[in-house]
Design a protein around this ligand. Structure first.
Ligand SMILES: Cc1ncc(COP(=O)(O)O)c(C=O)c1O
Length: 393
């Protein structure tokens, strides 16, 4: 479909979304337009709906205790097509979600009191996994350049010490939407090897890359020297909008690492449910076309947003994301930067994620989720513009 032709997603309306089942649309009042948590406002792929309906005609007993060799093979095949070669079934284990995998990695690969290093801004559970488990959080800010966000290796070197045991990476990166290049990943791999760090790489957003993104390479595929020390986390919930059916996977060329994560959380983790397994199988076997079309729509929303901001709010620093449907907007110059989320809720009736939850240096930023109809996106951007312009008069 062209950019100008009507699209089914153009008809997604608040009345169908504002339902008690929908956290994004009901946390704030009815007058608030929600563009925060990373759910899309689009219906689930027909292939997934059909597979779930069919699955409900059969037993919902303890299926998950068998594991799922079919899903494992499908996932290994998909990761191979992404460039992640050489995985064996022993190097794959399912999780009830990707966040549990972040916690499992911290629990298994470090001891209480050890340091864990990540970059900021970062998806908030990267931070809470470290502090909740009694480890010491070390962060290095990303660098803001004219061309966008980049790794700051001087900052990483300044933050690391002999007590640092784990490096947590988000690729593509939430919230900036960066797809790290081969060169950046190679330098990060060299850094991890130099400092003898284990690595966990959350690649949950990998399938939401835009046509103009740099080539995506799974971090584990960048350097065979890294193979023994890296666990990669993946799952279907961002690409297929299925976060309500928790499931994810941890994969590694080193099955011993997978065993360590399993043992560290044994009895606490739980298994993904039978329906989530059916959902992921259906996504991998029949969801490809839906995903490609959804990414095209998201890319046209991203371009619309970039054009709108350049026209209406040229003083708000922003770099278009290369992947995923999140825009990271710098409102630090605003007089209400210290409580920017509250300001926008009150004055714009717009719910965005508060930058402050993304770690050091992020106060005054907001994260805007543009996975909605073009009409609602435009409405949200108009609300934002009015509130910002009114408050600067
Ligand atoms: C980078 C990243 N990891 C993990 C998650 C959550 O994954 P799950 O719901 O499978 O725990 C999100 C959700 O937005 C995310 O952006």
């Amino acid at each position: 479909m062209t950019d100008t032709a009507p699209h089914p997603y153009d008809h997604v309306l608040p009345d169908s979304l504002r339902h008690a089942d929908n956290f994004k649309w009901t946390l704030f009042g009815d007058e608030v337009l929600p563009m925060w948590v990373a759910d899309m406002d689009f219906p689930v792929a027909p292939a997934i709906v059909e597979a779930l309906q069919e699955r409900l005609t059969r037993s919902l007993g303890y299926y998950q205790l068998r594991g799922d060799p079919t899903l494992k093979q499908l996932l290994i095949g998909k990761l191979e097509r992404d460039g992640f070669q050489g995985l064996t079934p022993e190097g794959v284990a399912f999780l009830p979600g990707v966040v549990p995998g972040l916690y499992a990695a911290v629990q298994a690969l470090t001891q209480p009191g050890d340091e864990v290093l990540t970059v900021t801004p970062i998806y908030p559970p990267f931070l809470s996994a470290v502090t909740d488990l009694g480890r010491v959080l070390k962060t290095a800010p990303l660098q803001e350049n004219r061309g966008g966000w980049t790794m700051d290796f001087a900052a990483l070197e300044a933050a690391v010490s002999s007590r640092t045991k784990l490096l947590m990476v988000c690729h593509p990166h939430n919230p900036t939407g960066r797809v790290w290049t081969r060169e950046e990943l190679q330098a990060l791999a060299d850094f991890a090897l130099k400092h003898d760090l284990s690595v966990v790489s959350d690649e949950l957003h990998a399938d939401l890359r835009y046509a103009d993104a740099p080539e995506y390479l799974p971090f584990a595929a960048v350097s065979s020297d890294l193979s023994g020390r890296i666990v990669t986390l993946t799952g279907p919930c961002k690409a297929y909008n299925t976060a309500g059916l928790g499931i994810g996977a941890m994969v590694s060329h080193n099955p011993e690492l997978i065993t360590r994560l399993e043992q560290a959380t044994h009895g606490l983790m739980g298994h993904p449910g039978a329906l989530s397994i059916t959902m992921w199988q259906a996504a991998l076997t029949g969801g490809g076309e839906w995903l490609a079309e959804t990414v095209r729509y998201l890319q046209s929303n991203r371009d619309f947003l970039s054009g709108f901001l350049a026209r209406e709010l040229p003083d708000v620093p922003y770099t278009p994301p290369q992947a995923t449907y999140l825009a990271w907007l710098d409102l630090r110059a605003h007089p209400r930067a210290a409580d920017i989320q509250t300001f926008l809720l009150e004055e714009a009736k717009l719910a965005l994620n508060d930058g402050v939850t993304f770690g050091a240096g992020s106060q005054g930023f907001v994260r805007l989720n543009f996975a909605t109809s073009r009409t609602l996106l435009q409405e949200g951007l108009e609300r934002l513009t009015r509130a910002l312009k009114d408050s600067s008069q």
